[in-house]
Design a protein around this ligand. Structure first.
Ligand SMILES: *Cc1c(COP(=O)(O)O)cnc(C)c1O
Length: 866
């Protein structure tokens, strides 16, 4: 008989072991091996069976075993130590507090919104890189002491679980999760003070007078609360209960409901949380990708209805305190909805212009926030850029690509002036580094430093032997895990135990191990390595210098093309002559990924440049001394230094895809055959691959500090959150005087801008054959229409001139107001020639206001008409 519904009953924990409760529900255990050890000691076999999940462990452990441990002095001692350690972790001032103590102005609170969060495999609320990144962001924020709140949805089935059919086709499963069995607690109106508050229920209006309701679960990620909205409650209509059923499942209609709940419901959840916990409201709202962008519209509604602001002033206030991070370098990857669908959900009854979802706002203004050149489309990234005064991409290269991609929103500006910066992603070392490395790091660096993941680079101080032994041990662990998973996968595909004797010989702990694991969209080119199957086969089977390859990845359920690529790899890996050297492991998730990052010697990545925004798996490998073998895309483009791995040359500019794949695949084989394999198998008298170990050492030293999530979160805290909080304070003060001023300024500028003109520019004072550094006097006559001199900034722009008269490598200089003449304003500057060669100049006028961050912010600029 099948159960109709499943729920979880938590065991009674003896009083003396009560500390196990908080140790199991605070997800800090997931990056604290000592706490994991403690749970494993409850029952080592059961610990495996419950897949290293402390909450399940406490639910299933035999009560007599708990009674026994209540009087086990050694266990109690370690339990008390772990409990005290968690308390200290939660209460001691950390980096953020020490900065504040030094007088650094930082954001008073940050709300971080994301559609997925990959904190731990026990909370499978993620599909891939974006979610894992969000999880690492929360953990590093916790380690550093940021006052940050995470906000997202709790999916009943998370993302799908992957298995393979007998012929290698991806099959998807959606096992439901009972929130009661997860490390979650309900948000109640009583907050932390009492156990008997009533659960908070968030309401969001739906068309036809219906209401979507959600309760709010809190996952505690160290010091950081993660609020997860859950629509699966009996108060909802049956169809609305399913809003949070799956991550990235369903059609556009399903998805917009999810995004409305995440954005609008998410803000309401934050308000309920801060009210119940007596905390100040966050000053900064960070959108991790555009999915939760409706959060900005909800905050506009709050200001319009409770503070009496008009839409534009509210928008100015919201913009100041919003940071938007874009994650996709491809227009096709951007989240867009039919504008009519947005109208349907936000629209008034009977086509009125007042929104029924957000009363006080008009539907036209809401739809306008996501407009793009095609008026029938609503673009979530454009909304993110309009709602966030600060925006960034996730690697330097992705910053460049994003400035180019969104240039259309700032017409008249060169791509490099588009106000989108970059913060390169990072990974959480205590989560992703093998316990073996953590142990040596603790020895060398010390626990306290390590908690904020400082000093990681000092691992390079280890002796060559110790480095190599650690690498060997980790490869050995991976080999065991590969064998276990290959076996399980074959059993699932219908094989019998008797046929699987060969699986004990899968992989060899002494063979160079290459990993390739990631989602399977086309641009990541899962099958590039199979471009020349015979060449690959020869490398796998080489007698002296073989390579072994572990591959994993999920294809989106609707992407049959991706599934065909997986099948191609599986079929190759099934062949009897190579199956001991190449494996495809189904169900790539955090629990598997860990072994791959620990154990692989080489991490392979071959996306179509520049379509990988950042990529983080290679960073996790590097933290464990893995060497990257990658196309120079995303993070690798800025961090490859010639010694820390290998760059696969790209055939950028070759437009024929087939030829490009051929060229890049062949470059990949070349590198493996002539650089990677020889270095790995070149041994000294003591069988030590000295050149390889030096590269490992260099990787730990050079990449260690750069790839950390703590570096990333500090970058956000200092370069984005702090200035954003300053801006927010500046516009909110004196009953939003600044916000009203910005809105008024913007209205005036936008209406007057058409009459702004540069009428005449004269340059003088140059010698006949000027040298670089010679000064030139520039004088411009500018007509300002109804604007005053203080509303604008006039700039001289100098640079090289291309044959098409385009200025490149430009340098700008402010010009000073000199006086008025015939109804025009005169501006002057003395500037030194910044470049040699064919040089040109022009003058331009930009809006100027002290509360704008960037001169290009309003997308307005006037140059002389030629
Ligand atoms: C790190 C990670 C990813 C993302 O890796 P990319 O290099 O960005 O593709 C995806 N899935 C899991 C389980 C991960 O740990």
């Amino acid at each position: 008989m099948k159960a109709l519904r499943r729920f979880t009953v938590r065991a009674h924990i003896p009083e003396r072991l009560a500390a196990l409760g908080p140790l199991s529900t605070n997800l800090r255990w997931s990056w604290h091996p000592e706490t994991q050890d403690l749970f494993s000691r409850l029952d080592p076999e059961l610990w495996q069976a419950v897949q290293f999940d402390p909450v399940r462990m406490l639910g299933e452990v035999n009560p007599t075993r708990l009674d026994e441990l209540s009087s086990d002095e050694a266990f109690l001692g370690d339990l008390d130590t772990a409990a005290a350690d968690l308390d200290a972790y939660l209460s001691t001032p950390r980096w953020y507090q020490s900065q504040q103590a030094k007088g650094t102005s930082l954001a008073g609170g940050i709300a971080y919104f994301s559609m997925e969060f990959g904190v731990s495999e026990v909370l499978p609320n993620y599909s891939g890189g974006l979610g894992i990144l969000a999880g690492d962001h929360l953990k590093a924020a916790s380690d550093l002491g940021l006052p940050l709140i995470g906000v997202g949805l709790l999916y009943r089935s998370g993302y799908f679980r992957q298995s393979l059919t007998a012929d290698g086709w991806q099959a998807e499963h959606y096992p439901p999760h009972d929130p009661q069995g997860l490390p979650l607690r309900l948000l109640t109106d009583a907050g932390p003070t009492s156990d008997d508050g009533s659960p908070v229920v968030i309401h969001v209006a739906m068309p036809g007078g219906r209401v979507l309701r959600a309760r709010v679960w809190i996952a505690q990620v160290g010091r950081v609360p993660l609020l997860l909205l859950d629509s699966d409650i009996s108060e909802n209509d049956a169809d609305l209960r399913g809003v949070t059923d799956r991550l990235y499942g369903g059609d556009q209609d399903h998805r917009i409901k999810q995004e409305i709940l995440a954005g609008i419901g998410g803000v309401r959840a934050v308000r309920a949380y801060t009210a119940a916990y007596g905390l100040p409201d966050p000053e900064v709202f960070h959108m991790n990708e555009g999915h939760a962008g409706f959060l900005g519209i909800e905050r506009i509604r709050e200001l319009v209805t409770t503070s009496g602001l008009d839409f534009d002033s509210a928008l100015a206030a919201v913009r100041a305190g919003t940071v938007f991070t874009t994650h996709t370098p491809v227009p096709a990857g951007i989240d867009r909805f039919p504008a009519d669908l947005v109208r349907h959900y936000f629209g008034g009854a009977n086509g009125e212009n007042e929104s029924s979802l957000l009363p006080g706002l008009t539907v036209d203004r809401i739809v306008g926030m996501g407009r793009e050149s095609d008026p029938s489309i609503f673009n979530m990234a454009h909304m993110g850029l309009r709602l966030g005064q600060r925006a960034n991409g996730v690697s330097k290269l992705h910053g460049i690509v994003s400035r180019d991609m969104f240039n259309g929103l700032w017409p008249g500006f060169d791509a490099d002036e588009v106000p989108i910066g970059s913060v390169t992603n990072g990974v959480h070392a205590p989560t992703w580094a093998a316990p073996e490395w953590m142990d040596v790091a603790r020895r060398i660096v010390g626990q306290e430093q390590l908690e904020e993941a400082r000093g990681w680079e000092r691992l390079h101080e280890l002796s060559a032997t110790e480095l190599w032994e650690t690498r060997n041990a980790l490869r050995g662990k991976l080999v065991d895990e590969v064998r276990r998973r290959v076996r399980a996968s074959w059993l699932e595909r219908g094989a019998t135990e008797a046929e699987l004797g060969w699986t004990t010989g899968v992989f060899d702990p002494n063979v160079l191990t290459v990993g390739f694991a990631r989602r399977v969209p086309t641009y990541k080119r899962l099958t590039l390595m199979l471009r020349d199957p015979e060449r690959l086969r020869a490398m796998l089977l080489d007698e002296k210098r073989p390579v072994q390859l572990v591959v994993a990845g999920k294809s989106h359920p609707a992407d049959d093309g991706g599934k065909a690529l997986i099948q191609q790899v599986v079929r190759f890996a099934d062949e009897a002559d190579v199956r001991h050297r190449i494996v495809f492991l189904p169900d790539y998730d955090m629990s598997m990924a860990r072994y791959l990052y620990w154990g692989c010697d080489v991490w392979l990545n071959n996306p179509l440049r520049p379509l990988e925004a950042c990529g983080t798996s290679g960073m996790k490998s590097a933290l464990n001394g893995g060497l990257n073998l990658s196309i120079r895309d995303g993070w690798w483009d800025e961090m490859y230094d010639g010694e820390n791995g290998w760059a696969i040359p790209t055939a950028d500019g070759v437009l024929d895809d087939v030829r490009r794949d051929d060229l890049e695949a062949s470059a990949l084989y070349e590198l493996l055959e002539h650089a990677v394999l020889p270095t790995f198998y070149d041994r000294d008298a003591a069988d030590l691959p000295t050149r390889w170990v030096e590269r490992v050492r260099h990787t730990l030293e050079n990449l260690g500090p750069k790839v950390l999530a703590s570096r990333m979160v500090r970058d956000y805290a200092v370069d984005y959150y702090a200035p954003s909080a300053e801006s927010a304070r500046a516009v909110v003060a004196d009953d939003f005087a600044g916000a009203r001023e910005v809105a008024e300024f913007r209205r005036r500028i936008e209406s007057q801008w058409p009459s702004v003109a540069v009428e005449q520019v004269d340059g003088s004072g140059l010698p006949d054959t000027p040298e670089i550094g010679a000064t030139i006097s520039l004088r411009a006559k500018v007509r300002l229409g109804g604007l005053s001199v203080s509303d604008v900034q006039v700039q001289a722009v100098l640079g090289r001139v291309s044959p098409g008269e385009e200025l490149t490598d430009v340098v700008t200089f402010p010009m000073t107001h000199f006086g008025a003449e015939d109804g025009t304003e005169i501006f002057e500057a003395e500037v030194a020639l910044p470049v040699s060669g064919s040089v040109g100049y022009t003058v331009r006028v930009l809006p100027h206001h002290r509360l704008l961050v960037d001169a290009s912010e309003l997308g307005l600029v006037t140059t002389p008409s030629v």
